[in-house]
Write a protein of this length. Structure first.
Length: 390
């Protein structure tokens, strides 16, 4: 019976994301919610329906602990670092990281210190709002934040980040153009519109199509092989350090090696690496959400956490706008990079279409790539800092 339960749970965690992705492609409403939000909802449902076989906790631990170390290098392999517009890229990244730093510190002093594990939550938020869900999941593994607190934080984040994006797409970018005193053309050339539509179509395609073909399986084997080598090297790098430092050193070394590998052409040519890593994030999401027990939900902590997230998201946007203005960064580059930091790079093409300004596409995507690469390191430093001032 125990073996059967493990098989059922393993199949549930591994196959449910595939079902959700299929449903999201078929139903526009689910597509608007996004796979991660749907998976969090299903995971919470699984964790609170009363079905808790003895093997559940073991299956959850394996799914969450194994998925992130494998996902980190896979997603970083796909990073494309470029020297074009290096000065502008450097300025938006400095501004973005400093804006998140200040807004998280302010939010922590006002609200975060009053929630359990507030410093660690602040560290996760710092990585999430400079990188994305990959960094948040990796930092959760480092800090071992209580599962329910992490799931609730991510659920609140999805709603708040959605409202942030709606604001920018509808009136926000116009407001910042007015504030900066800039006027942009509202007309896209046919060539520019075609390029942006291609970018959006690329985001909507089924990235797993052809994965089980002979060519796809060969590529999958290469991706997994290189990833396992990096995992082994990262584990070896932890040997000189005390055991309590294992996860911190392991994740940071793994992130660094993933970035280093992205500079090698044969590894960059592994086109499916990002999407396979993203699928592992989906597995992590449903398994982690299934750990949440809402019968013990603390509404007071929830109110403080919502306020903490709002200060981090909207505070970082305002500070980023101020710093970019001081560093002579144009309004559209500021908005595109802010979306990359807060919502992650896949949302940048949609923002660029709304602004009708193709020229900021590379700047926005580049900011998100830097966030992916440095978000874990930044989150660890922020959690240490918040722990000292709290």
């Amino acid at each position: 019976m125990a073996i059967l339960n493990y098989v059922v749970l393993g199949a549930l965690f591994c196959l449910l994301p595939a079902v959700v992705l299929w449903l999201c492609r078929r139903f526009p409403l689910l597509d608007k919610l996004g796979p991660i939000m749907v998976l969090y909802g299903l995971g919470i449902l699984i964790g609170n329906i009363g079905w808790h076989p003895a093997e559940m906790s073991v299956a959850q631990e394996i799914a969450t602990s194994a998925s992130i170390p494998l996902a980190i290098p896979m997603m970083l392999f796909a990073c494309r670092f470029t020297l074009s517009e290096a000065s502008l890229q450097l300025r938006v990244c400095i501004s973005g990281f400093f804006a998140v730093f200040l807004s998280v510190v302010i939010g922590y002093l006002l609200f975060g210190r009053y929630i359990p594990e507030g410093a660690e939550i602040g560290g996760i938020m710092s990585g999430m709002y400079t990188g994305g869900m990959l960094n948040a999941a990796a930092l959760q593994q480092i800090f071992r934040v209580e599962e329910q607190a992490y799931v609730i934080m991510c659920s609140y984040d999805i709603v708040i980040s959605f409202l942030y994006l709606v604001f920018l797409v509808s009136v926000g970018f116009k407001f910042f153009r007015w504030l900066y005193g800039e006027r942009k053309s509202n007309v896209l050339s046919a060539e520019d519109r075609e390029e942006l539509e291609r970018q959006i179509a690329e985001q909507k395609r089924n990235p797993y199509e052809g994965l089980w073909s002979k060519e796809g399986m060969r590529e999958l084997a290469k991706i997994v092989g290189v990833t396992l080598i990096l995992v082994a090297l990262s584990a070896l790098a932890t040997l000189p350090f005390p055991s309590e430092w294992f996860m911190v050193i392991f994740i940071l070394v793994l992130s660094t090696l993933g970035v280093v590998c992205s500079f090698f052409k044969p590894i960059r040519a592994l086109n499916r690496s990002f999407d396979i890593g993203m699928y592992l994030i989906y597995i992590f999401s449903v398994a982690m959400a299934s750990m949440a027990d809402f019968s013990t939900l603390n509404l007071a902590d929830g109110a403080n956490q919502i306020a903490f997230l709002c200060v981090a998201v909207f505070g970082s946007l305002l500070l980023h706008a101020l710093f970019c203005r001081l560093m002579r960064v144009d309004a559209d580059s500021m908005v595109a990079s802010s979306v990359a930091f807060v919502n992650s790079p896949p949302f940048v093409p949609m923002m660029v279409v709304a602004m009708k300004n193709k020229s900021v596409l590379i700047v926005g995507l580049g900011a998100g790539i830097v966030g992916y690469a440095l978000g874990n390191h930044f989150g660890v430093l922020m959690a240490s800092l918040l722990g000292m001032i709290g």
